[in-house]
Ligand binder design. Structure first.
Ligand code: F6P
Length: 342
């Protein structure tokens, strides 16, 4: 069994845990693993490195991905998907494991249906917005990073009697914002799934100030929208998959809060800090388990599937069912958070 893997899309902590789990399990079964460099670009160009247990043993605590990543889309230009198939045949591969979010897994699914290429998917993203898995690795580490940052921001906010608006990632889903908001006991949690009413937020901040709370923390999603407004983008550029870069809502929210309440307000955008750092224990374990199970699927010849976390179990789901639908934040989480937002 000769297996290739690649990591595509935005990186996240835990990718190396998957690679290590995959390589070790394929090796234990007598197989060999290679890694394409920089996502689908490496698969198109045939750019790869050999992987073995020695090479991957020390990478578990390392953030990012030893293979590099990119947002290259083999379906963007005609002929590129065929190049992936050519590389696959030239290297005499038996299986390709794609570790990525919806875009990367969407390509793996299409290659399977268009060319019968034996692909397997493994879900990753800090955004936690994939529909067929309970949690994605990277999400937990990201939450811990946001929590550390807000714990630091809290002391300076308190010293200066300020409101601190913290803009976090997550694209059009509010998982990071809501979970981090609960973990940091934010005074407001503004997610893309709910229209933001700043008048209500400002009233709450003023009520809490009047009641003796000397500072405020407002957690806002990069994809949140103010009442009657659109989401805010950094510029008009789109990536290979047609996505714009979100960002700027934090500044707008901070300005309006200061104007409406008269309370001095600052904004912080945590940005790519949220994707960095060593994976948490939870993400190391989840990544390792997904890598092991992706290898087991490969050994059994079960292609066109994605490994997923359901409850406490790792299961296999059809790739085509797992891609194409963004999973937004379940309303119950905001409903629970609201106990502290009144
Ligand atoms: O999908 C992961 C993510 O970090 C999003 O939360 C964010 O909007 C986006 O990627 C940022 O992408 P880039 O690294 O291309 O700026």
């Amino acid at each position: 069994m000769k297996v290739a893997c690649l990591t595509g899309g935005g990186d996240c902590p835990g990718l190396n845990a998957v690679i290590r789990g995959l390589v070790r399990t394929i090796h234990n079964a007598g197989g060999q693993t290679i890694g394409f460099l920089e996502g689908w670009r490496g698969a198109i160009e045939g750019n790869f490195v050999e992987l073995d247990p020695m090479r991957t043993d020390e990478i578990l605590p390392v953030g990012g991905t030893i293979l590099g990543s990119s947002r290259t889309n083999p379906y963007k230009d005609p002929g590129l998907a065929e190049e992936v198939v050519k590389t696959f045949k030239k290297l005499d591969l038996d299986c390709l494991v794609a570790i990525g979010g919806d875009d990367t897994l969407g390509v793996a699914s299409k290659l399977y249906s268009d060319f019968n290429l034996p692909t397997i998917g493994c879900p990753k993203t800090i955004d936690n917005d994939l529909s067929s898995t309970d949690f994605t690795f990277g999400f937990d580490t990201c939450l811990n990073t946001v929590q550390d940052a807000v714990d630091k921001l809290r002391t300076t906010a308190e010293s200066h009697r300020r409101v601190m608006v913290v803009e976090v990632m997550g694209r059009h889903a509010g998982w990071i914002t809501c979970f981090a908001g609960i973990a940091c006991s934010a005074d407001a949690i503004l997610v893309p799934e709910e229209e933001v009413n700043l008048d209500t937020v400002c009233q709450r901040l003023m009520d809490r100030r009047a009641a003796g709370k000397t500072y405020g923390i407002v957690m806002v999603s990069e994809g949140a929208k103010l009442k009657g407004d659109q989401f805010i983008t950094k510029d008009a550029e789109v990536d290979d998959f047609g996505h714009v870069s979100l960002g700027g809502i934090g500044k707008r929210v901070a300005k309006q809060i200061e104007e409406k309440t008269g309370i001095e307000t600052r904004d912080v955008t945590l940005g790519h800090l949220q994707r960095g750092g060593s994976p948490s224990a939870y993400d190391r374990v989840l990544g390792t388990r997904l890598g092991i199970h992706a290898a087991r699927l490969a050994n059994k010849g079960e292609f066109g599937k994605m490994v997923a976390l359901r409850g406490l179990h790792i299961v296999a789901v059809p790739l085509e069912e797992a891609v194409g639908t963004m999973r937004t934040l379940y309303p119950e989480f905001m409903d629970e958070a609201r106990e502290f937002l009144i």
